[in-house]
Each structure stands twice: as structure tokens, then as C-alpha cells.
Design a protein around this ligand. Structure first.
Ligand SMILES: [Zn+2]
Length: 282
């Protein structure tokens, strides 16, 4: 599942091309993937592309915006102006001709460019929402992990009394949004905190380190265009990211820690594989 840096990467790429485009038509190929009366968006202009938590928000002229969640396997691929850009789950649809068998909705713009929403497993969605519905959706999530709302004080107020493992706590989107398995593992490594520690066992200096580490891994992840694991598509320009080359612990069980040469360990926490260095993280 894409995490904050991967979604932010898609948003930044689309923000370069979508504003100003006028919707000509929307083809919904799978009803489950698109909620709303798509013809109401006809002849409307895209104003801005934003992100909230792991959702992509297309601000559109008129009463309804479009909110998109890529979930496990969603992709947004823009084709036009002689380029193909976007991102999401890496599959052959990044490089093959579109639409494909996985295309669930197609937004055609008046200038001939096209935005494809592909989603192999059909957990993702596009929803037309008015302002109150948007706010209701946004309020379900804690502050964005890379926003200024996340402070050491916020950690201490909202997290410090919880007895659940710290890794599980920072992945809970109601408390903090945007962090999944990859960036949680990496941030805890940089902070020197074992993923299994209970949130309430952290002392002030550790909250500070964790706060810095989260900001750092997200910033670096965004700079690298996110993480793309499928080796076949890592060179798809305008779609792939390269943070996988910088991972210190995630996916490296049994390999040596780049810091101390100890073997990276793996445990299961709340059903998710969790990677850590048994020496650097205590
Ligand atoms: Zn180590």
C-alpha cells in the first residue's frame, strides 16, 4: 500500500499537469470504483491537486470535488502533453498501453489528455464529495505525519499513555496519518527505538528523536519519489520512486545492519512484518 511519500509524489506530479484542465467526460468502467454522478463534473475545470492523509484531493469548480484513495493496488496515470506520469502500485500498466483490464475509470479532458484510474484488486475508490462530506472524511484521520501539527507535545499528549507497541501506535491513522509499515520501520531505526516497546515506555528524548526521524524519512522518501519495490518498473520515468535504495531495515531480514553489522531481525507486530536492528534499537 502506498504511504505518505508515495501519495505525495503522485500529488506533486499531477499538480504540475492537471490544474486548468477541463473535464470533457468521465467513463466509469467499474461501478464500485467511482461513487457519484460523473456527468455533473462535465465541463468543470480542475483547480488544484492536494493530499490529505493517503487521499488525493482534486479540487474542481462547482459543488463537488473528487477524492481518490489508491488503497492496495490503485494507480493514477496521466497521459498527455507527450508524457506519462503519476504513480501508485507498480504494475505493467505503468508501461503498457492504456486502458487495460485494470482500468476502472477514465477522465477525458477537453485538450485530449487523459487521467486513468487503474486498480487491480478494486479496493481503491474515486468519490465525488461536497464540502461538508469532504470535511467529514478528513476529520476521520489524525494529523499528517509531515505537517507542523505533529509535534513532540502532540506525541506526548496523544501517544504517551498507550500501552500498545510504538510501531503499531504510529501506524494508527486515527492518531497520525500517512505512516505505514515501511516508513514506521525506518523511522524507528533512525530513532534507535525497538518497534515492540510500548508507547508509554518512551521518554522525552525518545519522542524527540522519533519526531525528527519521522520528518526525516518522509522528507527523504518524498525527495526520492517514494518507494518502488517491483524491480521490473523501477526505471519507469515519471511513475517510479527510488527510496528502496536507501532502506536501512525494511525488507532486509538476515542482512547486516549498515550501522553496526548486526543481522537485521524480523518479528510480527499486529500482523505486520517488522524489521529492526537488535543492537541499534533498544
Ligand atoms: Zn545496527
Amino acid at each position: 500500500m502506498p504511504e505518505l511519500p508515495e501519495v505525495e509524489t503522485v500529488v506533486r506530479r499531477l499538480a504540475k499537469v492537471l490544474p486548468g484542465k477541463v473535464i470533457k467526460s468521465i467513463e466509469v468502467l467499474r461501478d464500485k470504483s467511482f461513487q457519484g454522478k460523473s456527468n455533473q463534473l462535465k465541463a468543470r475545470q480542475i483547480i488544484r491537486v492536494n493530499r490529505r492523509a493517503k487521499m488525493i484531493h482534486l479540487e474542481i469548480e462547482g459543488d463537488h470535488d473528487l477524492l481518490i484513495h489508491l488503497k492496495m493496488t490503485g494507480q493514477l496515470v496521466f497521459v498527455g502533453n507527450g508524457q506519462k506520469i503519476g504513480g501508485g502500485h507498480p504494475t505493467g500498466d505503468w508501461v503498457n498501453e492504456l486502458p487495460s483490464n485494470h482500468t476502472r475509470a477514465i477522465i477525458n479532458f477537453q485538450d485530449g489528455s487523459i487521467l486513468y484510474f487503474n486498480d487491480m484488486r478494486v479496493f481503491g475508490w474515486m468519490r465525488m464529495l461536497d464540502q461538508p462530506a469532504l470535511e467529514k472524511e478528513f476529520n476521520r484521520y489524525g494529523p499528517d505525519a509531515n505537517s507542523d501539527e505533529l509535534t513532540v507535545d502532540y506525541f506526548k499528549k496523544v501517544f504517551a499513555h498507550r500501552s500498545i507497541p510504538i510501531k503499531q501506535a504510529i501506524m494508527d491513522n486515527v492518531l497520525l496519518s500517512g505512516i505505514g509499515n515501511i516508513y514506521a520501520s525506518e523511522a524507528l531505526f533512525y530513532a534507535g527505538i525497538h518497534p515492540q516497546r510500548s508507547a508509554k515506555s518512551l521518554i522525552h528524548a525518545e519522542w524527540k528523536k522519533l519526531h525528527q526521524a519521522i520528518r526525516m524519512v518522509l522528507d527523504e522518501g518524498i525527495k526520492a519519489g517514494g518507494t518502488t519495490f517491483d524491480g521490473k518498473y523501477v526505471n519507469a520515468d515519471g511513475l517510479a520512486g527510488h527510496y528502496q535504495d536507501k532502506l536501512m531495515v525494511y525488507g532486509r531480514a538476515g542482512e547486516l545492519c549498515l550501522n553496526c553489522q548486526t543481522k537485521i531481525g524480523k518479528i510480527k507486530l499486529a500482523g505486520r512484518g517488522s524489521y529492526f536492528c537488535p543492537r541499534c534499537q533498544t
